[in-house]
Write a protein that binds this ligand. Structure first.
Ligand code: BO1
Ligand code: ZN
Length: 267
């Protein structure tokens, strides 16, 4: 059901398994990325993203689903595909991106790095084009790949994050309604490492970080954070969750690696 959340007053993370049994699995996400234990894999390469629009822009609709502010791509206005990295020749198509963030800036990311949190983490959710849709792919072991991008405060002003942040005031309350941000979002400018062939990343096999917690995700977590301002985070924090509380601290605690291999690129 949809009655899960991040606070223990609803079905909090430790109770997700009651409603979604897969959430108690052994290969769950997020994890703490212990950088000293990351190995190199000689078959991995740099990420290869391709944008249908030459300027790297996308269009989509913005929704507040009660768990995270989400931009769902309008593929008729240009898609984004992901291959390379740990994925080799298999191509994945961007479905949506969304944000996890803290009520305070010392927490918010889902993945942590050597025990340290970032203020926010953006997830770019791709599905394997061997399947017909995200929904078809979501439960398959090779179905999904998500790129995680950390957001840190005090690095500078990101104009395109501002564009998204200002649009968020139109989806303050969770509902089926959506809002189309004016113009297109230059994703390649928002996250420059998406168009770099040399972007360093960590990668491992894990899960959706929310119910139903399918263990179907090749996680690719970019090492380099992008910048967010405190006021942009405050706009995110002014969103309401399904519970009526602020939609902040919408991150799942880290899970054990349980023998999985964590890789880094480059070596
Ligand atoms: S995440 O990137 O691991 N945080 C993530 C988590 C969940 C989804 C996408 C990315 N999507 C979910 C939908 C659910 C749906 C499920 C399986 O996928 O939010 O409504 O049931 O299709
Ligand atoms: Zn997410």
């Amino acid at each position: 059901g949809s009655r899960w959340g991040y606070k223990q007053t609803v079905y909090g993370p430790t109770d997700w398994g009651l409603a979604a049994p897969l959430c108690t699995g052994q290969f769950q996400s997020p994890i703490d990325i212990i950088t000293s234990s990351a190995q190199t894999n000689s078959s991995h390469n740099g990420l290869a993203l391709t944008f249908d629009n030459t300027d790297g822009a996308i269009s989509g609709s913005l929704t507040n689903n009660g768990h995270a502010p989400t931009v769902t791509l309008d593929k008729t206005k240009g898609g984004v595909t992901l291959a390379g990295g740990p994925l080799g020749q298999t191509t994945f198509s961007l479905e949506q991106f969304h944000f996890h963030f803290g009520c305070e800036s010392n927490v918010g990311s889902e993945h942590t790095v050597d025990g340290n949190s970032y203020a926010s983490e953006m997830h770019l959710v791709f599905y394997n084009t061997l399947y017909e849709s995200f929904q078809e792919a979501a439960s398959k072991s090779d179905g999904l790949s998500v790129i995680g991008v950390f957001l840190q405060v005090n690095g500078g002003f990101n104009e395109w994050l501002e564009n998204i942040a200002l649009s968020l005031t139109n989806v303050k309350f969770p509902s089926g309604g959506s809002y189309s941000p004016g113009g297109s979002i230059p994703l390649a400018t928002l996250v420059p490492d998406l168009v770099s062939k040399n972007a360093p990343y960590y990668t491992y096999k894990g899960s959706l970080t929310t119910p139903p917690c399918y263990e179907s995700v090749q996680w690719i977590v970019l090492k380099n954070p992008i910048s967010v301002t405190k006021s942009q985070l405050e706009i995110m924090r002014s969103l309401s969750a399904t519970s009526g509380n602020s939609l902040c601290n919408n991150f799942r605690p880290v899970n054990a690696l349980n023998g999985r291999k964590l890789y880094k690129w480059p070596g």
